[in-house]
Every structure is written in structure tokens, then in C-alpha cells.
Design a protein around this ligand. Sequence first.
Ligand code: UGA
Length: 429
Amino acid sequence: MKVTVAGAGYVGLVTSACLAEIGHQVTCIDIQKEKIDLLQSGRSPIHEPGLEPLLEKNLRNEQLHFTTNPHRAYSDADIIFIAVGTPETRDGSADLKYIHVVAHTIAHYIEQDVIVCTKSTVPVGTNELIQQIIDSRKPPNLQVEVVANPEFLREGAAILDFFHGDRIVIGTRHPEAAAFMEQFYLQLNIPIMKTDIRNAEMIKYAANAFLATKISFINEVANICEHVGANIEEVAYGIGQDKRIGHHFLKAGIGYGGSCFPKDTKALVQFGGNLKQRYELLEAAINVNKRQQSLPVKKAKETVGSLHGKKIALLGLAFKADTDDVRESAALTIVKELLEEGADVTAYDPIAIPNTRRIVGNAIGYTEDIRQALQDTDLAIIATDWDQIKHLPLEVYLTKMKNPIVIDGRNCYSLQSIGQYPITYLSVG
Ligand code: UGA
């Protein structure tokens, strides 16, 4: 089938590469020329495990094409996926300007009947708006059906999630479009849920809101554990054994970051607010998350007093392991707070330094060598659970640091193993 994907962000790129891999003729369009040039040479602008080999292979066998040309992208597509960004506006709501532009462009360039499938996370009602925009501008003889098809890919595991997702949600009440989409996804062998557009849109927000709330919930329990002398790792394991709760997303830490949870939770609160409907539980989850990100510096001050002039190693910058993405990363909050305290910070990360440097500049030092980051430091703060940090021989803290004090925001070490060393270790919960 001839597939077009609008947007070469992480959802658009993963969708393009994976659909080409299963035999579709895919054209991915983006307005950023430099990005398209890079992609045409087989290189990925984002770090996503397994993505680059798929891009290279499918470019070589001409299953996958990149373009900035809307005529080439849209005129003869059988199905168009919208995967452009919906960034946060100043009031927390989703900014739909890219969605509007794409809808107008599609209407202008299509030359045959087409299904338009929205993968971008959009507030309830947006797909109906996309349908209206296209209907009012398309050639009158063509039929376009807009389907909501939210995405549940995790950064760092997106290729795996594409081929082995828990479900595919297809939002349309148009029987032919629903049957078309079902057929399109059949070979992935993933359970398909057919529903209407508004339910599909809401499922995406509710899923992310639930997961974010689950993280804030366990972080609250962790904070109580610290005060009552319980251990959050064991408590989380104990409650996760109950199948109704489950083990996933019960890892306590310094809160969720990334391009999705922070943005989508705020958008849902804002969306409710517009309807004079407060979402108090989610507001609390957002506040807990904010507080959680400030815990490492608070604990640092409680442990060593003033941080002014102290040499501090920040281990990990990415919002989670296996990605170079630092958007809404807890590490950025920590950097800001440490700089406000007058600390001398050196950050370690295996791949997220270039993205951090773009935001933070040279206000801190950077290194891709953990040992170098720890050299002669008064304190170390762990912000990302990279394997390189989890598997670091614990003696390194003793041999490299001036004072072996480790504040671990991701619970990378068991209390039993680190307890064998004269290291002051403060984890979460
Ligand atoms: C999230 C969802 O997991 C995906 O299903 C969804 O498709 C995606 O958002 C999206 O809306 O596009 P992602 O942001 O890539 O995916 O990352 P997650 O693996 O969900 O982690 C988010 C944050 O929560 C990270 O900062 C992570 O460290 C934190 N987290 C996660 C915890 O603190 N504890 C946990 O138990 C799990």
C-alpha cells in the first residue's frame, strides 16, 4: 500500500520505518529540510535503538522515501498518517498549529480517495476538526475519512512496541474505514480495539494520565517509607504481586519526564478546566512529580549543608535510559537548582550531552566518562538509570570521590550491596 507519514519526529520515523519493513511503500514528509537530508543519507536525527538499521535497509530497497515535497507525499497516497508534534502552549494546553497546517496541506494536494489517520496525541474533538478542515478544502469528488489511531510507543523501546504493542486503537464509526484499518494492521497480530473517534482520543490521554499517576503514587509511598523505616523496593514488589496492581510503573524515583507524560497530563487538566471540570487527582500527580524532581538537591543540602563551591557529579541527563532525549528530564531541574546553590557541576551521560548542551550551555562541565565525572567530587547525584551507572563497580565511588556521598534518584543499587562499602548512600524511599 502507498503510505504517507506526515512528521519525522520519533512517532513518525518509527511508524515510517516499521511500515516499510512490513512491505508498504512509505513516504515520510517533514518541513525541516536538514532533517530530511540527514534521513535521506540513512542517518537518524534521534537515538532510538534499532531504528537506524531499519531506515538504512528500507531506503536501500526503496520501500522508504523522505521528502519535503507535499505533492509527492500526498497526491497518490492510499493512507496518510499524521504524526506531527502537539507541543505544550504557555497555559499547558496542546498547540495544534502543526495539525492545522497538515490538514490544510493534505486537502490541497490529494488526488484520490484517502484515509487520514491521526497518530499525534490530540485533545478530544480534534479529529472532527481535521475532518472539517479537509472536507471544506478538498476537491469535492474525493472522499476522505479521518480516523483516530493513537500511538503507545515508548521512547527507547519504540520499535519493539510497534511490532509487539498491547493493543491498536482504531477510532471511527465509518464501517469501511474501520474495516480498512483492521486489514491494514492485521499482519502485526496485535489485538485491535474499534471504537469511535472521541473514545480513541480520550484513551490516549487517560492511558498516559493513569501511568503518570501510578508513578506519582509510588513516589508518595516512597516518601512515606523514608519516614517510617520501610523499603519502597520491597513494598512495590509486594503490592505489584497483586495482579490487579501489577509490577509495571511502580519504580520509585525522581519523577517522570520526557515529551509525553508532562505535556499530556497538563493538557488533560487544561482541557478539563476549559469544561469547568477539575481533574484533582491528576493535578496532585503533577504536583507530586514537580516536588519529586527537587528531592535530590534538598537531600544534598540536608547532608552536606551549603552546596556553594562544592564539586558535584551529576550522573545521567536523559529523562530515562536508552534515549538521548532530555525534554522535561529531572536532570535539568537538578542542574538548575545546583547552579542556583553555586555548586560546581560536572555531568556524565553516554549520549544525551549534545541535547543538554543546547539547553544548559557551558554552565556545567560534561563528560562521557563516569570516572572522570566523579574525580575529586564532594557528592554524586544519580538522575538516570543507565546500565553504565547501575553496573559501575561500587569501589569507584571510593577511589574517585573526595567524599563518597551518593544521592541516588533512581534506586540503582541494592541497599545490601552498597551497604558493604563506606559510602553515604541516600536513595528514594
Ligand atoms: C510514554 C508511555 O509509556 C507510552 O506508552 C506513550 O506512547 C508515550 O509516553 C507517548 O505518549 O508518546 P515515554 O515517555 O517514552 O512513553 O517513556 P516511559 O517509559 O513511559 O517513561 C516516562 C518517564 O517515567 C521516565 O522519566 C521514566 O523514568 C519515568 N518512570 C517510568 C518512573 O519514574 N517510574 C516507572 O515505574 C516508570
